[in-house]
Design a protein around this ligand. Structure first.
Ligand SMILES: Nc1ncnc2c1ncn2[C@@H]1O[C@H](COP(=O)(O)OP(=O)(O)O)[C@@H](O)[C@H]1O
Ligand SMILES: [Mg+2]
Length: 389
């Protein structure tokens, strides 16, 4: 088992015709659910209350027994595994975290490593590593849960779930109890962490906006635990498979405007547009003045070349060392719907927006689109009609 963050494990997960019938219940809680989650992706289970999300998730680590069908973790059926082993091996994060109040943060994070019999030094090293990973200072390890904010406790819950480098993580409404501002922060942090760790994650939420933000793929469940659609977010937004999905996705009628609105009509984020050879102090001032913490290298005409690495900013003058290319490039005239699809298919949260001459005009982020969706007033028709035009 890996105990170093530069060797992260992840396994694919597959539901095969999985059904759960609780004793005495008139209908199945989960009904013939089949879906595949590729290793390293986030699959969001979303749908109205009681549609079987939690039940589906808990069958993965056999907190709930499968009635029929099978779940494969890697190429092994969870039915052939001991439930106790699965629960140790699979990371599990819930809404109210469930930290042990009389244990320190360090002890809480070390729960599973201790059960696994790791020696003290290895545990200490791992706890330090995890605290750093979730962005909490090292002193936090000797604090108690009650001394932390809700958001910090939630981060500790994530660290604890990651302790033994699980091949799969289950997260049931993990940010549900957090206020909207901190929730957005935690979501963003978690996505940054995930970009690094690439865990296979099953993430439950009842909030379609959170699903769209967090999911590589979204499984929409409807009453009786039936799968209504399983697709990447952009596809779901553009091609809802049924009236149910259309209503569920489109209940925020702002989607109509997403299809009609141009990128130039919304407030873009400002990024530092920096040329090779810029003195470092000047570059730092530009970055401090921007909305995005990464800086964009541009050529003489102001055309985006790529996101600058830390190394590019380490010397006296900016070099052309890049962390990633400027991709996707979005036009001011693109409709938001297409720009969103570009962002999602490029698996990036930021798109460089260019004007007619190809010069950087600003940054389009998923957050900006999200804010736009939230700010939009309810329209009279559902957006889904327009999205399918
Ligand atoms: N332990 C249980 N015993 C009997 N019925 C249950 C149990 N847990 C959940 N259910 C029922 O199964 C259905 C799905 O529940 P759940 O998976 O918790 O849905 P969700 O997480 O989507 O809100 C609901 O109708 C719920 O009442
Ligand atoms: Mg639930």
């Amino acid at each position: 088992m890996g105990d170093s963050s530069d060797r992260s494990t992840a396994e694919p997960l597959e539901f095969r015709e999985v059904t759960k019938r609780y004793p005495g219940a008139a209908q199945a809680a989960v009904d013939g659910l089949s879906l595949q989650v590729p290793a390293g992706e986030i699959c969001v289970l979303v749908g109205p209350s009681g549609c079987g999300k939690t039940t589906a998730m808990r069958m993965v680590n056999r907190m709930i027994e499968i009635t029929s069908g099978d779940i494969l973790l890697g190429d092994r059926s969870v039915r052939d595994r001991k439930p106790a082993d699965l629960r140790r091996e699979i990371g599990y994060v819930i809404q109210h975290v469930g930290l042990f109040p009389h244990w320190t943060i360090g002890e809480n994070i070390a729960t599973v490593p201790r059960l696994q019999g790791w020696d003290k030094r290895r545990i200490d090293t791992r706890v330090d590593e995890l605290l750093e990973l979730i962005g909490l200072p090292a002193e936090t390890r000797s604090r108690f849960p009650s001394q932390l904010s809700g958001g910090q406790r939630q981060r500790v819950g994530v660290a604890r779930a990651l302790a033994c480098d699980p091949p799969v993580m289950l997260m049931d409404e993990p940010f549900g109890a957090i206020d909207p501002i901190n929730r957005e922060r935690l979501q963003n942090e978690f996505l940054r962490l995930q970009a690094e760790l690439r865990k296979t994650i099953v993430f439950v939420t009842h909030d379609i906006d959170e699903a769209i933000k967090m999911g590589d793929r979204i499984a929409i469940l409807q009453e009786g635990g039936k799968l209504a659609q399983y697709a990447p977010p952009a596809e779901l937004l553009m091609y809802p498979a049924s009236r149910f999905v259309e209503d569920f996705v489109g209940s925020d009628r702002a989607l109509k405007r997403l299809a009609l609105q141009r990128v130039r009509d919304i407030d873009l984020w400002k990024a530092a547009a920096i040329r090779v050879g810029t003195p470092i102090a000047e570059a730092q001032a530009m970055i401090a003045d921007a909305d995005v913490s990464y800086a964009m290298l541009v050529d003489e005409a102001g055309r985006p070349k790529g996101w600058l690495s830390d190394r590019a900013l380490a010397g006296e003058r900016v070099t052309d060392d890049l962390r990633s290319p400027a991709h996707p490039i979005v036009d001011l005239d693109d409709v938001l719907r297409d720009a969103l699809a570009d962002l999602l298919s490029s698996e990036t949260r930021y798109g460089a927006v260019v004007d007619e001459r190809g010069a950087l005009a600003g940054i389009l982020s998923l957050e900006v689109i999200q804010q736009f969706l939230h700010a939009a007033p309810a329209a009279s028709a559902t957006g889904a009609d327009l999205l399918r035009e």
